[in-house]
Write a protein that binds this ligand. Sequence first.
Ligand code: SF4
Length: 453
Amino acid sequence: MSTVSSEVPKVGFVSLGCPKALVDSEQILTQLRAEGYETAKSYEGADLVIVNTCGFIDAAVQESLDAIGEALNENGKVIVTGCLGAKKDAAGDDIIMKVHPKVLAVTGPHALGEVMDAVHLHLPKPHAPFIDLVPAHGIKLTPKHYAYLKISEGCNHRCSFCIIPSMRGDLVSRPIADVMMEAENLFKAGVKELLVISQDTSAYGVDVKFRTGFWNGKPVSTNKTQLVGSLGELSAQYGAWVRLHYVYPYPHVDAVIPMMNGGSVVPYLDVPLQHAHPEVLRRMKRPANGEKNIERIQAWRAMCPDITIRSTFIAGFPGETEEEFQYLLDFLEEAQIDRLGCFAYSPVEGATANLLADPVPEEVREERRSRVMQLQEGISKKRLQAKVGTTIKVLIDEVNRDGGVGRSAADAPEIDGVVYVKPPYEPHLKLKVGEFVDVTVIAADAHDLWAKA
Ligand code: SF4
């Protein structure tokens, strides 16, 4: 068993397999060295051992399993990486975890980030004066109790009004272990609400073909459903919320809705629909433009009656006829979206939509935008009024002389409404920023709620 506890953390390394595995080993060793870890020459001299495995033929599998067993016996703290880490047996179970359930983490090949995450978790980095000026959760510009978690960069779509893909490129999903590690660091640092963002959250993992990653020693696919499930489990441990933004209405989104009934993944979906008329959506080249959005929204509400749907729309897109606009209004009336933003179309330099025929005059775009907002005002008022008399959980953002200002599961920071909370009657029950409190709703307008603690 490992007994070493020197000031400089030491890592033992066993490298098996082909030249590709050897390169992976070199990269891991280089990174370890760059971060100030030392390499141990023996099991006894190591604080932790990494075994890079091969899974090509039966003999190589056996050799790898033996090497893991030996490292476990001699040292006890073992992280496994390499081809065997990604291999399953006939029953679909992870081979390594079945034979050696005591290993600390298992990753597949070419997984530098995940291996380093596992090392950091089980053998913290040595002190580096310059790097350590930055906390583990990075530098955040949001208040201490909420944070944004970016799961990917770029976008594979080519919406005609948008130039993001030309600036940021195609979708690149972050490894799921990196995302989970960041989430855990944020929760450890006191974050009570994590806002999952990207350009298209539904597409998470498409670019890496939903590659299997590892989190907490268990295989997890790089896809939205497994990510939300894992974040939900983690946030439940820390008594925190997870909120999903930029989700496109594909059928597979249905799988995450039941996860919202437990409370840690809040029943809230930010689904940027932009329009309802099929022809306008086609001209916009919107993802999921063939989906039946009314049916989808109704199905989500049937699965999770408390769900809050947020969306954004564009009024006066080039070529939008009065009939197409009316179709949008009818859709909004039927969909009863809880939180809605509407922009008058504004041509962005470089967007292909600028080349479309029949641009809508600016005053008509503005007028249509205000008609949408007027309609929405009535819908929102009615929906918020229905909450009066109910008890809801609120995360306090601000405390002032009048009590506090917080947000419920239905309110994302900056973009949705707030809940004004009267101070509790008992003087010892003080409202505190970053804490949850159950409140009874006593009044509502078209945007905000008033409540007493
Ligand atoms: S608007 Fe369309 S192209 Fe632009 S980032 Fe969103 S999905 Fe991608």
